[in-house]
Design a protein around this ligand. Structure first.
Ligand SMILES: *[C@@H]1O[C@H](CO)[C@@H](O)[C@H](O)[C@H]1NC(C)=O
Ligand SMILES: *[C@@H]1O[C@H](CO)[C@@H](O)[C@H](O)[C@H]1NC(C)=O
Ligand SMILES: *[C@@H]1O[C@H](CO)[C@@H](O)[C@H](O)[C@H]1NC(C)=O
Ligand SMILES: *[C@@H]1O[C@H](CO)[C@@H](O)[C@H](O)[C@H]1NC(C)=O
Ligand SMILES: *[C@@H]1O[C@H](CO)[C@@H](O)[C@H](O)[C@H]1NC(C)=O
Ligand SMILES: *[C@@H]1O[C@H](CO)[C@@H](O)[C@H](O)[C@H]1NC(C)=O
Ligand SMILES: *[C@@H]1O[C@H](CO)[C@@H](O)[C@H](O)[C@H]1NC(C)=O
Ligand SMILES: *[C@@H]1O[C@H](CO)[C@@H](O)[C@H](O)[C@H]1NC(C)=O
Ligand SMILES: *[C@@H]1O[C@H](CO)[C@@H](O)[C@H](O)[C@H]1NC(C)=O
Length: 325
């Protein structure tokens, strides 16, 4: 958790680091930026030439455009689409090539969302070739039915997903629940039962992978207690984080969502929500002495000129960074 007297270090290269008073350095996960549905060659090109940190994309069992034989294979598309100009294999290879040829800070992470059990099992041979990377790969799937009573979407088989992903020890698992929510929804939480099946499923398959739980903003805002139980139940065996997502126009109690984010801490929660919601979140705790990037840097620069020993200056390979208690 962020404490009032934490040392803050601003990294000009966007991955903002938080220096804690206990000497730990943690990442400000809310600063990570995302692409969405990067399911075509055009979109992939755009994202690779942008500053975005994480590439999000969907995988279905379909076929390549213009493939007369209509051979089924894992392709980048979102249901109901079943064709694409980009296969999973090409998608992963292109990002691999890109990341190999760039600096660590500029490497892109990958979050791929498997839309069915079928496409997941048919992707394993491809993943086998490309999971052991020095950049992050997240395997995402909704593996249980969730709030509020979303029984219309069939989840990916949890046993298959959790067992097979054992083959990829340092890939991050992003396991979630199907959800039903929207502009007119106000009631609904991730229930004790829904959290319990997730905990049991993960424990049963003895996963040691890092796990991030994708939770829908409007529902997560009302589920601190059960999500806390989920976190506590697994944090001894797995590195646990949350990824908050939201659909455009979802009803969200913003103040409760902020409470949820600050409850777990900026180093435990990724936030991937539409701009409108994001702009309301104010990650900076107004009542503590955490400054905005610009005013902070300016202030410390001035302080340093007045009194060289009153503040700390940190150096990285690229540029000096400034921090203060
Ligand atoms: C964390 O990142 C968010 C989003 O960029 C930013 O608004 C916030 O000030 C950062 N907080 C810290 C402590 O670095
Ligand atoms: C690697 O990046 C450099 C600089 O951006 C570029 O000139 C070069 O062509 C790239 N090499 C490959 C194999 O992509
Ligand atoms: C995964 O493990 C390999 C081998 O130990 C290591 O080189 C790589 O950096 C790891 N990747 C991540 C994302 O942790
Ligand atoms: C969930 O939805 C199904 C089908 O619409 C319905 O039969 C069932 O009663 C609902 N359950 C709850 C708890 O709302
Ligand atoms: C059910 O959940 C899935 C996955 O979260 C989502 O794609 C789908 O739109 C949801 N269905 C409804 C009716 O909200
Ligand atoms: C939400 O409720 C309003 C008022 O009852 C209604 O006009 C609107 O169609 C509803 N929206 C959706 C997406 O259900
Ligand atoms: C992780 O769980 C342990 C119990 O296993 C608890 O003592 C500890 O406080 C938890 N860590 C965090 C960061 O919540
Ligand atoms: C942004 O969200 C607020 C609060 O939910 C809503 O009143 C407003 O209409 C939204 N604006 C846009 C552009 O969607
Ligand atoms: C903001 O900081 C104050 C003072 O440190 C603290 O009491 C409060 O709980 C914090 N609020 C949030 C949402 O973290």
């Amino acid at each position: 958790m962020l404490r009032k007297n934490s040392i803050i270090l601003y990294d000009i290269l966007f991955i903002i680091m938080i220096h804690m008073t206990n000497g730990q350095t943690v990442k400000n996960l809310t600063a990570i930026t995302w692409s969405h549905a990067t399911n075509s060659q055009k979109l992939l090109n755009e994202v690779l030439s942008s500053d975005i940190n994480f590439i999000e994309a969907d995988i279905v069992f379909g076929y390549l455009k213009n493939d007369e034989s209509k051979t089924q294979q894992p392709i980048m598309a979102h249901p109901p689409d079943v064709e694409s100009d980009l296969t999973l294999e090409s998608f992963l290879t292109q990002i691999w090539d890109f990341n190999k040829n760039t600096t660590k800070e500029k490497q892109k992470g990958i979050k791929i969302d498997f839309k069915s059990t079928d496409v997941f099992t048919n992707s394993i041979s491809i993943l086998n070739k490309m999971w052991n990377t020095d950049y992050e790969i997240w395997l995402n799937a909704d593996i249980f039915s969730g709030p509020s009573n979303n029984t219309s979407t069939i989840p990916v088989d949890p046993d298959v997903f959790l067992t097979e992903s054992n083959k990829f020890p340092n890939v991050t698992l992003s396991t979630g629940w199907t959800t039903r929510w929207g502009i007119n929804y106000t009631e609904g939480i991730y229930t004790h039962e829904q959290v319990k099946v997730m905990i049991d499923g993960i424990k049963k398959h003895q996963k040691n992978n890092a796990i991030t739980f994708p939770v829908r903003a409007g529902i997560a805002a009302q589920s601190i207690e059960t999500l806390n139980h989920l976190y506590q139940s697994l944090n001894a065996t797995n590195l646990v984080t949350f990824t908050i997502w939201s659909s455009e126009n979802d009803n969200v109690n913003v103040e409760n969502l902020r409470k949820m984010i600050f409850h777990f801490g900026l180093d435990k929660v990724y936030v991937d929500v539409p701009a409108n919601l994001s702009s309301q979140l104010r990650y900076t705790n107004d009542s503590s002495r955490i400054h905005t990037k610009q005013s902070f840097v300016k202030n410390i620069m001035l302080n340093k000129k007045k009194n060289g020993k009153s503040c700390k200056v940190f150096f990285s390979q690229q540029k000096p960074f400034i921090a203060q208690i």
